[in-house]
Design a protein around this ligand. Sequence first.
Ligand code: GAF
Length: 418
Amino acid sequence: MVLGILKKVWLLLGRIRFDYGIKIFFFDKSICFIAQYMRKLIETTFKDLFQKVPLIVNSPGRINLIGEHTDYNEGFVMPAAIDKKMYVGIAENGLSNARIYSLDFQEEFTFDIRSFSPKKGHWATYIMGVTAQLQQAGYQVKGFDMVFGGDIPVGAGLSSSAALECAAGFALASLFGFDIPRLSLVHYAQKAEHLFAGVQCGIMDQFASVMGKKGHVIRLDCRDLSYEYFPLDLGDYQILLVDTQVKHSLADTAYNRRRNECAEVVLMAQQNLVGVKSLRDLRLKDLDQLKAYINEEVLGRGEFIIEENERVIDTSKALKEGNLKKVGELMYASHEGLSKKYSVSCTELDFLVEMTQPMDYVLGSRMMGGGFGGCTINILKKESVEIFKETITASYADKFKKTPKFYEVNLEEGTSRL
Ligand code: GAF
């Protein structure tokens, strides 16, 4: 009885912290406290629901410094894993069912591991998707119980779904002793998103979640998956995300449409030029030859991708030279392209980026992730964070009658056992 009440209070505190962003002193001190808190929460819930002690893993959300929508065009991206994570507890149950409990939705879902199909729009579909991929690859998944939750805001463009897929896959591998290389885990998680969630995403989010390195961004070549870690030494500056509070619910169909438009440019290029496999193989001048066959809007998509790939390369150089001013300029240019040529921004994102332009303490700002809502990523002076928050909050509320949220993030290790 007393334990029951304590658990309810514990759950309630968690919801307040994660859903409403209210700071409770011991949660915000360090990621260790969040990890400890999640461990306790998962263990207590697991004991109540399934009378077992689970094995616990976690997988982080991600930011992307630059290189947007380039991943599914065999281009370059520069993401990093962050200290907002999905935590998954798992144990065998000796049944032929998977029983899953979501801490965030406070809801249980059961499926028969011998026969199941996608449940689009439902949180369980990500776990079902990964389970299916492992089974298809020949891994003998037995019945399991799972409890999961975390502090990655959903729909904010920080890849909570990729983190869940990666955490669930890693949890299954750890529980049943499957020896799955990290890169294969990335592929299974991406395929789960394609086949179960129905989003034809690139590989960036799952890669960042699994392969992240503390204090580093990853420059990933999505053509051959070669990668290099770059230390992100920001000195007096820091990264701050601003959440528009616009959920990108329409993004999935528009996202798939962008993919098709890029494929249209490639197809046309292949009929007119030699050696073209993807947009990665085109230069801006090549697009001139396609003007007669493709409309301006679709051509603009190709133009953006070619320029964005160059920006990632330029950002790598700027980081090596410690030229943060240049990184900031490239971020603004990226946003301009995403908004005008690739058309994946929205009024709120454009407003937030525009607002930062006259602020001399902001080096760079741009929309981040798939678009149509979610967050902007900003690099700004540490000492100016409070004034930045105040200014943005007031203007944003004035214009959109909404309060934005702010996330200070640190770069973290990828998927791991707790
Ligand atoms: C989403 C996708 F999942 C990624 O693969 C990537 O394309 C991103 O949008 C845009 O850069 O997060």
